[in-house]
Design a protein around this ligand. Structure first.
Ligand code: MLT
Ligand code: MN
Ligand code: ZN
Length: 302
């Protein structure tokens, strides 16, 4: 199983178009000290040619162009076999409508995510006007096999697990399953990876889901719980925004450092997070704990 981090920034990207926080300033003035990053997405493949996107970001076109694979023989073709969703947030789903040129689009999502896409953001209705959209139901705790567009099994399975979080702010209902993490398994290699780009807490269910994974890709949105308050950007804490901060007691760094996983990488990193700066003490602290700060294009094989 191969996994690529296509986009490692949170919503808005890095630098964010309207942001002049210290990290965004550095990303503009000296990108070697703060690599620019596109919005949160990853991709998984069993054969290195046919890929399932893990979320569809507003940067999906540029991200898909960077997927490895052979050029198709015909006039149309794409290495994207389907999209697996962790939630219905805009940074994870606006890319669906940008894939409307596909005649047939496979999505895998929980019932709650499907409902938000259908009823609240309207993305499903808009996309379905252009393409045949088929949705595979994901049920938390149940492994779901990922099949290629031609119906053949990929050998990959995805098992969603619930994570502590509220629904998107435009959702009218708060149904369980609106936000999940994914455990990915490759039957051929036995490889296990976990992907949780949005996670508001580290409860026993999250810990149990991450336990068997040799690769953990985890929510690195904010360094401090009061990061946006300090910068005068918002009056909400990271925890109030359903993102467990990296630092501090009970923070994700302390929790992830104790996991057995060989490789632990932060993704969905907000542009304000000082660990984005290559030479920051925060970056050094992450690495001292044996973790890595994700960057676009990072690849893993398991
Ligand atoms: C989040 O990660 O909390 C959401 O994507 C918020 C947003 O950017 O709308
Ligand atoms: Mn987000
Ligand atoms: Zn910024």
């Amino acid at each position: 199983m191969q996994i690529v981090l296509l986009g490692t920034a949170a919503g808005g990207g890095f630098p964010q178009w309207n942001c002049w926080c210290p990290a965004c300033r550095t990303a503009r003035s000296d990108p070697s000290r703060a690599l620019p990053r596109s919005q949160s997405a990853a991709a998984v493949s069993a054969d290195g040619e046919r890929w399932f996107l893990l979320n569809a970001s507003p940067d999906v076109h540029a991200q898909v162009a960077r997927l490895p694979g052979r050029a198709p023989a015909g006039a149309r073709g794409s290495p994207v076999e389907g999209v697996v969703l962790t939630d219905a947030e805009l940074d994870h789903t606006l890319g669906i409508v940008l894939l409307r040129e596909a005649r047939f689009l496979q999505l895998a999502a929980t019932a709650a995510v499907r409902e938000i896409l259908a009823e609240d953001s309207g993305l499903l209705r808009v996309t379905s006007a252009f393409a045949e959209v088929r949705i595979q139901d994901l049920i938390p705790g149940r492994p779901a096999p990922l099949a290629y567009r031609d119906g053949c099994p990929s050998g990959l399975t995805v098992t969603p697990f619930p994570v502590p979080a509220g629904p998107p702010r435009f959702a009218r209902a708060d149904h369980p399953g609106h936000t999940v993490g994914l455990v990915l398994r490759d039957a051929a290699t036995g490889g296990v990876a976990a992907f949780a780009p949005g996670c508001g807490g580290f409860d026993p269910e999250v810990e149990a889901a991450l336990g068997p994974a040799e690769l953990v890709l985890f929510d690195g949105t904010f360094w401090h719980d009061d990061e946006l308050i300090r910068l005068g950007i918002s009056d909400r804490t990271a925890r109030q925004m359903d993102h467990l901060p990296v630092s501090g007691p009970g923070g994700s760094l302390e929790r992830l450092a104790r996991l057995p996983a060989r490789t632990r990488v932060y993704t969905h990193i907000n542009n304000t997070n000082p660990m984005l700066l290559e030479d920051s003490p925060e970056r050094a602290e992450v690495e001292r704990h044996g973790l890595r700060v994700g960057a676009d294009g990072m690849r893993f094989s398991l």
